[in-house]
Design a protein around this ligand. Structure first.
Ligand code: IPM
Ligand code: MG
Length: 359
């Protein structure tokens, strides 16, 4: 097949890890007889430096005309001034909104052999296999008003948590569809004891659950969920939640998998277009040193193959190659342990690309 895969490396280690994911996708194309092209565009801090905006029109247009988007990471101390009018993060949020990427899938699976990399006890994390579906285009991140002002009583600021029925319904349905192919359990997470938006969320989630009788939809308060994720993470199959709760819970959940450097994600719209990115950030403190872990970006490329290009065998081949390299004892610095061989970003990408094979 032929496919255009837009590559948006962004800032910091985003540049290094997307290069390795492209390397692996090129190996897939060669082995499976596909023709992928990888046009690159700027976003985030890199785009602010060059154009003054975090998401130039050309970048958004390229994404609209591509089969899928491979995204690196954005941000860094250079653009961190809280008073700045443009921020790198605006680029990411504008992409999510502009492309209608409302369902953010963040699988958390502990690879065999990485149990020692987690800070949690082996008996707690062994066997973890959950996926968080984070609502990505609503809630506090986009609600209006969102602003800051000063009046007689001093400085004030407001953000708004708003959800419509339709926004909740479609994302909970995505969670139910995913659960159907897994252990058939959805945990819908809210704060209904305090927030009106959460009471609406729970009501709609219950209705969607009733329309999906083969899936069990349970409800959990977000504070309880934060606690249960580290107490007994194996109880979870699919978690679905609003934008900011999902942001916080997925950073917490990443600890279960040993390192942020292991976790991929997919952001999906209706239809086949998707944006795929590691869940880690731009890690400016290690950028440019060839030490970042490219596995999250490479596993994101596997999700891209499976979900946007309908290439499940190719996606399996990437995931197998990653597991094989880990089984052989190769590790980047973030996941090293006794008796492992530490390699750099580029070498890890080479190793994985060289193990791509048809089964
Ligand atoms: C994430 C990140 C982003 C978010 C930032 C960079 C805007 O933390 O994708 O989880 O908060 O959504
Ligand atoms: Mg986050």
């Amino acid at each position: 097949m032929e496919a255009i895969i837009a590559v948006l490396p962004g800032d910091g280690i985003g540049v290094e890890v997307t290069a390795e994911a492209v390397k692996v996708l090129a190996a897939v194309a060669e082995h499976f007889g596909h023709r992928f092209s990888f046009p690159t565009a700027i976003v985030g801090g890199a785009a602010i430096d060059e154009t003054g905006t975090a998401l130039p029109d050309e970048t958004l247009n390229l994404c609209r005309h591509s089969a899928a988007i491979l995204f690196g990471a954005i941000g860094g101390p250079k653009w961190d001034d809280p008073r700045a009018a443009v921020r790198p993060e605006q680029g990411l949020l504008a992409l999510r909104k502009g492309l209608g990427l409302y369902a953010n899938l963040r699988p958390v699976k502990l690879s065999a052999g990485l149990v020692a990399s987690s800070t949690l006890k082996p008996e707690v994390v062994s066997g973890v296999d959950l996926i968080v579906v984070r609502e990505l285009t609503g809630g506090l991140y986009f609600g209006q008003p969102s602003r800051r002002w000063t009046d007689d009583s001093g400085r004030k600021a407001v953000d708004t948590l708003i959800y419509s029925e339709h926004e909740v319904e479609r994302v909970v349905q995505v969670a139910c569809d995913l659960a159907r192919g897994r252990r058939k359990k959805v945990t819908s997470v809210d704060k209904q004891n305090v927030l009106s938006s959460s009471r609406l969320w729970r009501e709609i989630a219950t209705e969607v659950g009733a329309r999906n009788p083969d899936v069990v939809v349970e409800h959990m308060l977000v504070d309880t969920c934060a606690m249960q994720l580290v107490r007994d993470p194996c109880q979870f199959d699919v978690i679905v939640t609003e934008n900011m709760f999902g942001d916080i819970l997925t950073d917490e959940a990443s600890v279960l998998a040993g390192s942020m450097g292991m976790l991929p994600s997919a952001s999906l719209a209706d239809g086949k277009l998707g944006m795929y990115e590691p869940i880690h950030g731009s890690a400016p403190q290690i950028a440019g040193q060839n030490v970042a872990n490219p596995i999250a970006a490479i596993l994101s490329a596997a999700m891209l193959l499976r979900l946007s290009l309908d290439c499940p065998a190719e996606a399996d081949a990437v995931e197998r190659a990653v597991q094989q390299v880990l089984d052989e004892g190769y590790r980047t610095a973030d996941i090293q342990s006794a008796d492992t061989k530490v390699v750099g970003t580029c070498e890890m990408g080479d190793l994985i690309a060289s193990r791509i094979a048809r089964s």
